[in-house]
Design a protein. Structure first.
Length: 591
């Protein structure tokens, strides 16, 4: 199915050509959704911007366009307003046929991408032996949703976990591991050292206090680099321990990721520096090798270098990212590479992107994008902390969401006089709790900071996961009450739209493709959330005004209308389910 917007665009293109000749073929009709329903559904603003080029009054341009515009199968006769806006109102018959087509399509009318790409989404990416913090949670949730949306369009997505599993801190950790668990290095395949973060702290304390230990740690780094067997094994044990802890979170959140950490690129780092040397960009500065950046300067106004080899000979985060970029282009064949991290890393990305471009490592057909996001704040507006002032552990945070969801559910069950089985309660609480956390994150424009509030995200009202899930459950309830098999409703019925709220809902349903096309490009999942929130609201208005199962006063109810409305309900539920699944959120039939 071609989206309404794209159909209209094609018709305008023909009209431009017919009215003004081939010169204007391909002119952007500047079509947008009408801001106010009284102006119709879509509006073209092109006439104003063509005035100069054509040497005509915008209104006259609009008139000529409209004379040549063949859209009578889609819209009512267009209206020209103000200086030259062209207002379009969709015909009910068009909406009816589109909805019927959407209903019978498993993709709900969303076409696959015409040119599927190989895309890398680099997300989550916590650091070994350190806490996976709320920033990583945001990256995980946003990155997963972006990957799901791109996959839905048929892109070949490689979901990469660029874990921080390399660096000098491992010298300290391995040296400490040797002291406290010497046996682990020779016997264990896996190790249970409990809390790895506490282990890290103790190792750090030991490192700071003891110079001999510092030297041992440094030697461990050298041994690790050289590939000494027992040092490597210790490193692996530490990574394995972290991996198990991260996996708990990924399992809860249903996140699929391929781990390819920084260590993977270690053998490729020397070549990055060598090849940079060949480009002539590399400069030696106080013993370090670096590239001076265009457009970046320090406080004194001096140009800023991007260091790729430190004076001690070591490589760093940027060198690794350059190596990873080359690998993803050359070996993975990626043509779009997306990095999801907090906006604090924006300059890091801008800097190594620049070096890659200037070095000629970025083919024209490859797009690299940093997808930044803001901070997670506590209800006091400051960086989120526990009541005791510690950093929040993700496991605790997710657990609390589930516990609170269960409490809310218990209260509601009591109010409604319902009794439910333990299994039902546990499942609903888990889905609602985790969805609430994901949705609260995704529904905000990712560029801004957001306040983490359990009360807000778990509320049944407002732009929340529970509100959305409830709209879905409502439709399933209608189905149960009317003993409807939604799978077969579409076979016999045709959509007939009569009431205002029904038409409004239909128009909104048909915008799904346009919205998803937008997110595919701008990678802003909150636009999908807004769409779903509007959908739930419009559905609730429809449901209040339009009887579905039987007429309000008990009079005879036209069977074809009943079937049509059931189809609209079903389509709403399917759209909610699809939309939520693209946010990584699953639905329940009852709650
Ligand atoms: N490990 C990094 C951190 O915790 C994030 C890595 C993001 N990906 C990348 N290719 N630099 O901040």
């Amino acid at each position: 199915m071609t989206s309404t917007l794209n159909q209209l665009k094609a018709r305008f293109d023909k009209a431009f050509t017919a009215a003004f000749g081939a010169d204007l073929t391909g002119t952007d009709p500047m079509l947008v959704l009408a801001t106010n329903p009284k102006f119709g559904d879509y509006q073209s603003n092109a006439a104003m911007s063509l005035a100069k080029k054509l040497g005509m009054k915008p209104r006259d341009i609009a008139l000529r366009v409209v004379e040549n515009l063949e859209i009578s199968d889609i819209c009512q006769p267009p209206e020209i307003a103000g200086p030259g806006f062209i207002n379009l109102t969709l015909k009910p018959a068009y909406l009816e046929s589109q909805l019927t087509a959407m209903q019978s399509d498993s993709r709900l009318g969303v076409p696959l991408a015409e040119n599927p790409q190989r895309v890398v989404v680099d997300f989550s990416s916590p650091n070994i032996a350190k806490e996976m913090h709320v920033g990583h949670l945001r990256s995980t949730i946003i990155g997963d949703s972006i990957a799901r949306i791109l996959e839905f369009f048929g892109h070949d997505v490689l979901r990469l976990n660029h874990v921080g599993d390399w660096g000098t801190q491992f010298g300290m950790l391995i040296a400490y591991l040797r002291e406290v668990y010497p046996e682990a290095l020779t016997t264990a395949n896996a190790l249970d050292i409990g809390d790895l973060v506490a282990f890290y702290k103790k190792a750090k304390q030991r490192f700071d206090e003891d110079e001999i230990f510092q030297e041992t740690a440094r030697q461990e780094v050298v041994k690790l680099q050289a590939g000494a067997e027992d040092t490597r094994r210790a490193w692996q044990l530490l990574c394995e321990q972290s991996r198990r802890e991260f996996q708990v979170i990924y399992d809860w959140l249903d996140i699929n990721l391929t781990e390819r950490g920084e260590s993977f690129y270690n053998p490729l780092l020397a070549a990055v520096v060598e090849d940079l040397e060949k480009t002539g960009l590399l400069v030696e500065n106080q013993g370090a090798k670096c590239v001076f950046l265009d457009g970046f300067s320090n406080k004194e106004g001096e140009p800023l270098p991007l260091i790729v080899k430190k004076s001690d000979g070591g490589y760093n985060y940027a060198t690794t990212d350059l190596a990873a970029l080359r690998y993803r282009i050359e070996k993975d064949g990626a043509t779009r590479i997306i990095y999801v991290t907090d906006s604090g890393q924006s300059s890091h990305f801008a800097q190594f992107f620049q070096v890659a471009k200037r070095a000629g490592w970025l083919p024209e057909n490859v797009e690299i994008v940093h997808v930044p996001f803001g901070l997670v704040l506590g209800e006091d507006g400051k960086k989120i902390k526990t009541r005791a002032g510690d950093t929040v552990r993700l496991k605790d945070l997710l657990n609390e969401a589930i516990e609170r969801a269960e409490k809310d559910l218990q209260t509601r069950l009591k109010e409604e006089g319902r009794t439910e089985e333990e299994g039902f309660i546990k499942n609903v609480a888990k889905v609602v709790g985790l969805s609430a956390v994901k949705y609260a994150d995704l529904s905000q424009n990712r560029n801004s900071n957001y306040i983490f509030s359990f009360d807000k995200m778990l509320a049944l009202q407002g732009n929340t996961a529970p509100y959305m899930l409830y709209a879905y459950v409502r439709v399933q309830g209608i189905g149960r009450k009317g003993e409807i098999d939604f799978d077969t409703v579409g076979d016999e019925a045709k959509v007939v739209l009569t009431e205002e709220s029904e038409l409004t809902l239909a128009k909104h349903l048909l915008q799904l493709t346009e919205i998803l096309n937008g997110v595919e490009i701008d990678l802003l999942p909150h636009r999908l959330c807004e769409y779903l929130f509007e959908l739930s609201k419009k559905f609730n208005q429809f449901y209040e005004q339009c009887p579905v199962l039987k007429s309000k006063d008990g009079s005879a109810f036209d069977e074809s209308q009943r079937m049509s409305r059931l189809m609209v309900c079903d389509l709403t539920a399917k759209t909610l389910k699809l939309g939520l699944s693209l946010l990584g959120i699953s639905v329940v039939d009852r709650m």
